[in-house]
Design a protein around this ligand. Structure first.
Ligand SMILES: Cc1ncc(COP(=O)(O)O)c(C=O)c1O
Length: 412
């Protein structure tokens, strides 16, 4: 066990973490030297082969943007809504989505989630739906939301699927992203497919085609130099996100920065089309994605089985759905137990994430959230995601199981 030193300064605790070369990173940023080489090739030209995408999603047009958030911006603009329209969005989400809504000239209306699968709560949506001009549904952590019920409530209101987490997840035999009117995906490094950055849009309702093409044609292109710099940056980030560098440098430094600044960074993202390098790496990684997803599902099933006797609330797969298990969320009893569990695991060499735990607070301070999403607030206080990714070896997986079990016994 390693000890952290706490230094109290002006009511704020600054924690210094003792470097640990064996720390298991919380996310899998998987961008290797072959990805870097492919990205360089793409930066200098060459055509992308979309056949794998067509094999997965069927023959259709695929549109690419610089990020998931810019994809959402394009989608919202192409709906041609009056300024300041209310857009329904789950409160338990990434604040970049709220930024995209605001940048498109609209106002987020926060909808609560269901605590058992982290996705939009149909009852709350039903209560708030009459004022909404569009609804964003997030398949959070890869868990498909109940699209039939949501579409039924939405009626004529356009439904946008946020598939940033849910590549290849399925709802009633259909891939997420093919069910709502429009959908988007994200390829940012921390996401499942780790292609650097980028977004993809699927247009499932042709009535938006004209305005959609207009918005897509407004996107600017990145320069070749930007492409190359970005690929190098992504490679360096991925390198630092692996043992031993993660525990030696990236985690201690990252934690220090996070602890000394709890400011919300309002993201002013660029409205560009995707970099050629990111698109090429995404398409290359798609070739092995299904295989990796099955490995990650296997790891998740091992965690589910081995942690089933603990007091922790574990995720489950809803009937008629297939979850890609992008992340493995556990719910603790309360905030104290969650925070203690996070510290306990970190000392045992396991990094975990309190994902979106600050979103309700930021939403109240910056996005006019009025406190009407109690389940989302509970979730933000109680959630911890633990490593489950495909590149974990058996030793790592059993180390995680052993220490999560022990933490649950000692802390609950
Ligand atoms: C659920 C969700 N949607 C959208 C986004 C935005 O995607 P991007 O980072 O590619 O802009 C994120 C996070 O980054 C996300 O977690």
């Amino acid at each position: 066990m390693r000890n952290n030193k706490n230094i109290f300064r002006a009511n704020r605790t600054i924690e210094f973490y003792i470097p640990n070369p064996n720390l298991i990173p919380r996310f899998n940023i998987d961008y290797n030297i072959f990805d870097l080489i492919s990205s360089f090739g793409a930066a200098f030209g060459g055509k992308s082969d979309l056949s794998k995408l067509e094999e997965i999603f069927g023959k259709r047009n695929f549109f690419f943007t610089a990020s998931g958030r810019s994809a959402l911006y394009v989608i919202l603009k192409s709906l041609n809504l009056p300024p300041k329209s209310k857009i329904g969005v789950p409160l338990f989400s990434c604040t970049s989505i709220f930024d995209a809504i605001i940048k498109a000239g609209h106002v987020p209306t926060f909808i609560d989630i269901c605590l058992d699968n982290f996705t939009i709560n149909p009852d709350d949506l039903n209560k708030k739906t009459k004022n909404l001009s569009a609804i964003i549904v997030i398949h959070t952590f890869g868990r498909p939301a109940d699209m039939d019920i949501i579409k039924n409530i939405a009626k004529d209101i356009p439904v946008i699927e946020d598939c940033a987490h849910s590549l290849l997840s399925e709802y009633k035999g259909k891939l997420t992203g093919t069910i709502g009117d429009l959908s988007f995906f994200s390829f940012r490094s921390r996401k499942y497919i780790s292609a650097g950055e980028g977004g993809m849009i699927l247009l499932n309702n042709s009535s938006y085609s004209e305005s959609f093409n207009r918005e897509i044609s407004n996107l600017k292109s990145y320069s070749m130099l930007n492409d190359i710099k970005h690929s190098l940056y992504t490679y360096a980030t991925s390198f630092l996100y692996h043992k031993p560098w993660y525990g030696l440098f990236a985690f201690p430094i990252g934690s220090l920065i996070r602890n000394t600044s709890n400011k919300k960074i309002i993201t002013n993202f660029q409205l560009n089309s995707i970099r050629r390098s990111d698109r090429t790496v995404f398409l290359k990684k798609l070739e092995s994605f299904k295989q990796n997803m099955e490995l990650q599902r296997n790891n998740s099933n091992v965690l589910l089985e081995r942690l089933s006797n603990t007091s922790l609330k574990l995720p489950f797969e809803n009937e008629n759905t297939k979850c890609n298990y992008y992340l493995f969320p556990i719910l603790c009893k309360d905030k104290t137990e969650r925070d203690d569990m996070c510290t306990y695991l970190q000392k045992a060499g396991i990094d975990s994430a309190k994902l979106w735990s600050l979103t309700p607070e930021f939403a109240m301070r910056f996005y006019n959230y009025k406190g009407d999403c109690p389940e989302s607030e509970k979730c933000a206080n109680r959630i911890l995601t633990i490593p489950n990714y495909y590149s974990l070896n058996d030793g790592n997986l059993y180390h995680i199981i052993y220490h999560v079990t022990k933490a649950a016994e000692e802390l609950t």
